[in-house]
Write a protein that binds this ligand. Structure first.
Ligand code: OGA
Ligand code: NI
Length: 333
């Protein structure tokens, strides 16, 4: 084992937090968030029969914010509720039961229970533990990383994965049409039906000094898109024009992030959103992002129909695995 889980640290941190969790003043959320703002991440009704209107709203949100919430998205409320119930139950198991799913230190794969993914420049730690495992396609799933306890964990996660396709297809269709491409071309550029859905559960224990720490520091997601649901504790923030804003989660909505791969394929028209997560003094925050990603050996670059002499490619084409390696190791793109 040898890794200290934040959940355990939180159990004995009643007044203060260890120094390695204290952010610089450039990052502390209380000092860097726009207060009382009127600006809000857009909310889009996916069931609106006027598709052109939905496309315009998605284009607008994806170009200006790189993030939006969708309502009437077709995933049943009970399905999301059951996903959350079993994820929470897993993190409430005693430590040794969770450690059975720990990511092994030398492993190349991201899957498993763990405490830290990215080395941070300042050497600071994030106030979070997580569990990663793929939920789609079935051929990519490693069930060894799916908790056996609670017993309905598998069924509930499979149900959520099954219901995600409708939303994912609709989002890619709108993103594609919004670039003047055929409806299927954005999805095809991401690997079509071979796209991988990687679920992460973020478990942010209550934190005695939420103003000094961060659950997740500022980053953009490497995925094509990310679809996230949180529990009822607010904490997500988005950066727009160099300012940080709270993203007020609407119950039963899904939060969509534009990831780096959609920014690349759109040749920069859509922006991958810079975002981070705060922690809470009294309550444990939990979130369930699903990273919808190209298959690892697929080469991703600006769509050929979007580049010409007047619009040269703004990004290099790269295999998705190569892109992730460069970003995680902070080597030049
Ligand atoms: C992430 C992330 C935000 C949140 O895990 O990539 O941005 O609200 N999480 O938990
Ligand atoms: Ni993220």
């Amino acid at each position: 084992m040898g890794v200290e889980r934040v959940q355990e640290i939180a159990n004995f941190s009643k007044e203060t937090i260890p120094e390695e969790f204290i952010r610089t003043t450039y990052e502390q959320p209380a000092l860097t968030t726009v207060q009382g703002t009127v600006l809000e991440v857009p909310v889009i009704d996916l069931s609106d029969p006027d598709e052109e209107k939905v496309v315009r709203a998605i284009v607008d949100a994806s170009s200006n914010w790189g993030m939006f919430q969708v309502v009437n998205h077709g995933i049943p409320r009970e399905t999301v509720g059951k996903l959350k119930e079993v994820g929470k139950a897993f993190f409430e198991l005693p430590p040794h039961e969770k450690e059975a799913y720990a990511k092994s230190p030398g492993s190349q794969s991201i899957e498993g229970y763990g405490t830290k993914l990215q080395r941070e420049v300042e050497g600071k730690k994030a106030w979070v533990d997580h569990l990663f495992h793929k939920i789609w396609p079935p051929s990519e799933i490693n069930y060894q990383f799916w908790p056996k306890n609670p017993p309905s964990y598998r069924k509930n996660n499979e149900e959520y994965a099954k219901h995600m396709h409708g939303v994912v297809n609709k989002l890619f269709r709108c993103l594609s049409l919004g670039l003047g491409l055929e409806g299927n071309e954005m999805k095809e550029a991401m690997g079509g039906d071979n796209m991988v859905y990687l679920l992460k559960i973020n478990y942010y224990p209550q934190c005695p000094r939420p103003n000094l720490a961060l659950g997740v520091p500022a980053h953009t997601d490497m995925s094509a898109i990310t679809i996230l649901v949180p529990n009822d504790v607010q904490g997500l923030q988005a950066c727009k024009d160099d300012h940080w804003y709270d993203v007020e989660y609407i119950p039963n909505a899904l939060i969509v992030h534009i990831g780096d791969q959609v920014e690349i394929v759109s040749n920069g028209k859509y922006k991958s959103v810079l975002h981070r997560a705060k922690v809470n003094k009294e309550k444990t925050r939990i979130s369930w992002p699903v990273f919808v990603e190209p298959p690892s050996d697929l080469e991703v670059g600006p769509h050929p129909k979007l580049v010409n002499e007047a619009n040269p490619p703004k990004f290099k084409s790269k295999k998705y695995s190569q892109y992730c390696f460069c970003k995680l190791n902070k080597t030049p793109k």
